[in-house]
Design a protein around this ligand. Structure first.
Ligand code: NAD
Length: 492
C-alpha cells in the first residue's frame, strides 16, 4: 500500500471552488486562501474564501432544494439507496481521500485511513440503514381523540466542522441530517477542506439532487459567522472550540434562534487504579490515547490520573512508551504520530510546554519541536507530572502533551477527574467491578471507557456534558437532532 500512497503524495491539486446548488463556483469576490501542508510547510493549493453573499447563495440553494422536495419528499427507500451509494464511493476512493486529507491536515495515514474514509463510509451506511426504521408515535389520548406525533425534517441544516478529523466529523453530521430529509450547508475548517470538497463531488456522483449538499469553504470569522447569523438556517451543528461555540449561541440569539448543537473540547481524565487487570496494556493504551493524531483529538485522554502506590513506575513506563513513538512523515505507514496541523497550533502547543515548566511541572519526556529541517510542524510526544492547580491540569491543549497527576483513593480520583469545566470523555482502569460502576456513575462525561481508552462505533452516541457541549453525534439519537416533532390532534 505504501507505493500507492507515494504515488498520490505529490499529485497536483487544482485550486478548489465552492459547491453550491450542484455547481462549482468561485467566491463572489474571487477571494482565495492558500492551503499550506503541515507535512513540509509548503503551499498545496488554494481554496475559495467565501463571503456572506456566498453563504446566502448556499442557503438559498439549500432552501430551494428542500421546498422542491427532490430529496426531502422522496420515499425513505430512495434516499437510502443514494446514501448507500455515497458510502460505496467513499470506499472506492478511500486511499485517495485519506492521502488528500493527510496532505491537508497532517494526521498519520494509518489513523486517517481508519478514522476518515473508514468512519465516514460507516456513518453513511449506518444512517442509510436507520432512516426507514425511525417511526412517529400515537399518543395515549382519550377515546374521542387521536394524537399523532410526526417526525419531520427541520429544513436547512448547517454543519461547521474542525480540522482534526474533517471527513469523520463531517459525516457524523451530514449523514443523519440527510437521512432525515434535510438540505445541508457544510463549512469545513480552513486547514482541512480538501477531502470534504471531494466528498461533495462523490455525493453528486451518487445521485444526491442539486442543492441538497452545499460546501462553503473559507475563514471561520467570515463565512462561519455568516452561517451563524443567517436567518434561514434551522439547525446549526458545530464541532470545535468552546470560544467559537459561545459565539454561535450569540449569533443564534441575534438572528433567528436557530437550534445550535455544540460538540466542544475536553480535558479528559484517564484514571488508573493499582488493581487494573493489565497495567502493561493500560500504559500502552493510555499513551496512544493521547498521542495519536498528535493529541489533536477532542476525546484525547490528556489527564492521566494514577493511584499513588503505582505512580512512579507507571508514569515512568508511559513516558518511556511516549519517547519511543515514531513521529514523522504523516504519509508513511510506519509513522505513529504525524504533524501538528499548522504552525500556529504548534506554537500554541510549545507555549503550553513552556508555561508548564515555568509553573514548576516536571518534564519526563519531550517538550520540543522536531524535524524542523522538513519545513513541517512536528512536536515530540511530551509528558509532564503536574499538580491539579497547574494550567496543564485544567486547560485543553489539543496537542501532544500528557499531564500525569497522582491520587490517593477513589474519592480523590473522582474529585480530581471532575475538577474541570469539561465533560467529554474519560476512562477508568480497574479489576473491581463495583468500583468500575461507581466511577461510571461518578465521572461527569459523555463517555466513560472501562479498561480501554477511546473505543467507539456508530451504535453509540458521542457528545459532551457541561462545557464540552450539548448534542450527540452518531447512533439513532443523531437523527433526532435533525428532526422536528409535530403533533396532529384529531377530534374523532
Ligand atoms: P475552531 O473552533 O477554531 O474551528 C472550528 C470551526 O469553526 C472551523 O470550521 C472554523 O472555521 C469555524 N469558525 C471559527 N471562527 C468562527 C466564527 N467566528 N463563527 C463561525 N465559525 C467559526 O476549532 P478547531 O481549532 O478547528 O478545532 C479544535 C477544537 O475542536 C478543540 O477545542 C477540540 O477539542 C474541538 N473538537 C471537539 C470535538 C467533539 O466531538 N467534541 C471533536 C473534534 C474537535
Amino acid at each position: 500500500m505504501q507505493d500507492k500512497i507515494d504515488r498520490l503524495r505529490t499529485a497536483t491539486i487544482t485550486p478548489q471552488g465552492l459547491f453550491i446548488g450542484g455547481n462549482w463556483r468561485s467566491a463572489r469576490d474571487g477571494a482565495l486562501l492558500d492551503v499550506v501542508s503541515p507535512i513540509d510547510g509548503r503551499k498545496l493549493t488554494m481554496i475559495a474564501d467565501a463571503g456572506a453573499a456566498d453563504v446566502d447563495a448556499a442557503v438559498q440553494a439549500a432552501r430551494a432544494a428542500f421546498e422542491k422536495g427532490a430529496w426531502s419528499k422522496t420515499a425513505p427507500a430512495e434516499r437510502k439507496k443514494v446514501l448507500f451509494r455515497i458510502a460505496d464511493l467513499i470506499e472506492r476512493d478511500a486511499l485517495e481521500l485519506a492521502v488528500l486529507g493527510v496532505r491537508d491536515n497532517g494526521t498519520e495515514i494509518s489513523m486517517a485511513l481508519k478514522a476518515e474514509p473508514g468512519s465516514a463510509a460507516g456513518s453513511f451506511r449506518y444512517h442509510a440503514e436507520a432512516l426507514d426504521k425511525v417511526y412517529g408515535e400515537i399518543a395515549p389520548t382519550s377515546e374521542s381523540v387521536l394524537g399523532l406525533i410526526h417526525r419531520e425534517p427541520v429544513g436547512v441544516v448547517a454543519a461547521i466542522v474542525p480540522w482534526n478529523f474533517p471527513m469523520m466529523i463531517g459525516a457524523w453530521k451530514i449523514a443523519p441530517a440527510l437521512a432525515a430529509g434535510n438540505s445541508v450547508i457544510l463549512k469545513p475548517a480552513e486547514g482541512a477542506s480538501l477531502s470534504l470538497l471531494k466528498l461533495a463531488a462523490l455525493c453528486a456522483e451518487a445521485g444526491l439532487p442539486e442543492g441538497v449538499l452545499n460546501v462553503v469553504t473559507g475563514r471561520g470569522a467570515v463565512s462561519g459567522e455568516a452561517i451563524g447569523l443567517h436567518g434561514d438556517i434551522d439547525v446549526l451543528a458545530f464541532t470545535g472550540s468552546g470560544g467559537v461555540g459561545r459565539r454561535l449561541l450569540e449569533y443564534s440569539a441575534r438572528s433567528n434562534l436557530k437550534r445550535v448543537y455544540l460538540e466542544l473540547g475536553g480535558k479528559s481524565p484517564n484514571v488508573v487504579f493499582a488493581d487494573a487487570p493489565d497495567l502493561e496494556q493500560a500504559a500502552k493504551v493510555s499513551a496512544f490515547g493521547i498521542f495519536r493524531n498528535s493529541g489533536q483529538v477532542c476525546v484525547a485522554g490528556s489527564r492521566l490520573l494514577v493511584e499513588r502506590s503505582i505512580y512512579e513506575e507507571f508514569a515512568d513506563h508511559v513516558a518511556a512508551i511516549a519517547a519511543k513513538i515514531k513521529v514523522g512523515d504523516p504519509l508513511s505507514l510506519a509513522t505513529q504520530s504525524g504533524a501538528i496541523s499548522s504552525e500556529i497550533q504548534l506554537e500554541k502547543d510549545l507555549g503550553f510546554a513552556g508555561q508548564a515548566l515555568s509553573e514548576g511541572a516536571k518534564l519526563r519526556t519531550g517538550g520540543g519541536r522536531i524535524l524542523e529541517e522538513t519545513g513541517g510542524f512536528y512536536m515530540q510526544p511530551t509528558v509532564f507530572d503536574v499538580t491539579p492547580e497547574m494550567t496543564l491540569a485544567k486547560e485543553e491543549v489539543f496537542g501532544p502533551i500528557l499531564s500525569i497527576i497522582p491520587f490517593d483513593d477513589e474519592a480523590d480520583a473522582l474529585r480530581i477527574a471532575n475538577a474541570t469545566p469539561y465533560g467529554l470523555a474519560s476512562a477508568v482502569w480497574t479489576g473491581n467491578l463495583s468500583r468500575a460502576h461507581r466511577m461510571v456513575r461518578g465521572i461527569k462525561a459523555g463517555v466513560v471507557h472501562v479498561n480501554t481508552y477511546g473505543g467507539s462505533d456508530n451504535t453509540v452516541p458521542l457528545g459532551g456534558v457541561r462545557q464540552s457541549g450539548n448534542g450527540h453525534d452518531k447512533s439513532l439519537h443523531a437523527i433526532n437532532k435533525y428532526q422536528d416533532l409535530k403533533t396532529a390532534w384529531i377530534q374523532l
